[in-house]
Design a protein around this ligand. Structure first.
Ligand code: FE2
Length: 286
């Protein structure tokens, strides 16, 4: 056991009646978990009867290692830190708004009902295999936290407008946001976005200014109905100012991106009209 409660008990205030035994109890839990040695535990045992004796001072005097004094960050918090570190390095229009919303300390972590999603079960692993080749730390952080996030397959688009392939072939999970996200924010959203290989995310637009930071690639993009696709590699940020049309044609690897909406997150996205979706859906990028 190595949670913040145990760590707190280990540091029960010196001099408080019974605190020696409380500290010893916490040390016992750490010893059982293999986190401190029998020698260190013995110092806490001897000090148990002396509420005013500081076991840390005794450990220092004897040159013994100190026990862990802070709980490790959760997998979700580690993912926030890794995602933030990645996003802070990107240069693009709108970078100032993105950075302003990504606080060094995102505040207390709210419990989120980790939600399984068949699409995520199928496509996250191959996406992460690709990310592992050039961003292994970020890939590991996503893998460790993925089951604790609330993955959502967005259903606000009418299926006949957005197409069946996209409707069933994508999922996103917020890390920072108003609802369903472990870290609370007002009118700001950051998270992961996953789309199955080959899927076309048809032309659409929204009021929210948006950053896509694709961790995989190459994928196809266009920023106006009827325009040709431009192919962009992984790690090439895409910034969509308010109401800029955008379309994504996923390549052979699943599309995995960090996304950020910097404001107006509750304004719905709208699908535009175009007459070449069928062709774009049928052809593959390569
Ligand atoms: Fe968008």
């Amino acid at each position: 056991m190595h949670d913040s409660k145990t760590i707190g008990l280990l540091q029960a205030p010196l001099g408080q009646a019974g605190s020696g035994r409380v500290r010893y109890g916490a040390a016992m839990a750490l010893w059982r978990a293999g986190l401190i040695s029998a020698e260190v535990l013995e110092v806490y045992r001897v000090a148990a009867a002396h509420d005013g004796r500081d076991p840390l001072a005794v450990l220092r005097d004897h040159g013994l290692p100190l026990p862990p004094l802070s709980a490790p960050a959760s997998a979700v918090r580690q993912l926030y830190d890794a995602a933030r570190a990645y996003l802070m390095t990107l240069d693009h229009p709108g970078a100032a708004e993105v950075r302003a919303g990504l606080r060094l300390d995102p505040g207390p972590e709210r419990p989120v009902a980790g939600r399984r999603n068949a699409m995520v079960d199928q496509w996250l692993a191959p996406a992460l295999s690709a990310v592992e080749t050039d961003r292994p730390g970020l890939a590991a952080a996503i893998r460790a936290a993925a089951d604790r996030l609330e993955w959502v397959t967005y259903d606000a688009y009418p299926v006949e407008r957005i197409g069946k392939a996209f409707a069933n072939g994508h999922a996103f999970a917020s890390l920072v946001g108003e609802t369903g996200a472990p870290f609370a924010a007002t009118d700001f959203d950051m998270g992961l976005f996953l789309i199955a290989p080959g899927v076309l995310y048809r032309d659409h637009h929204h009021l929210a200014p948006e950053l896509y930071a694709p961790l995989t690639g190459p994928h196809g993009w266009r920023f106006g109905v009827g325009r040709p696709l431009t192919i962009r590699p992984a790690h090439h940020p895409v910034w969509n100012p308010p109401h800029q049309p955008h379309l994504t044609k996923v390549g052979d690897v699943p599309f995995l991106a960090l996304f950020v909406w910097t404001r107006d997150v509750n304004d719905p996205a709208l699908v535009l009209d175009a007459d070449d979706w069928q062709r774009l859906e049928d052809e593959s990028l390569a």
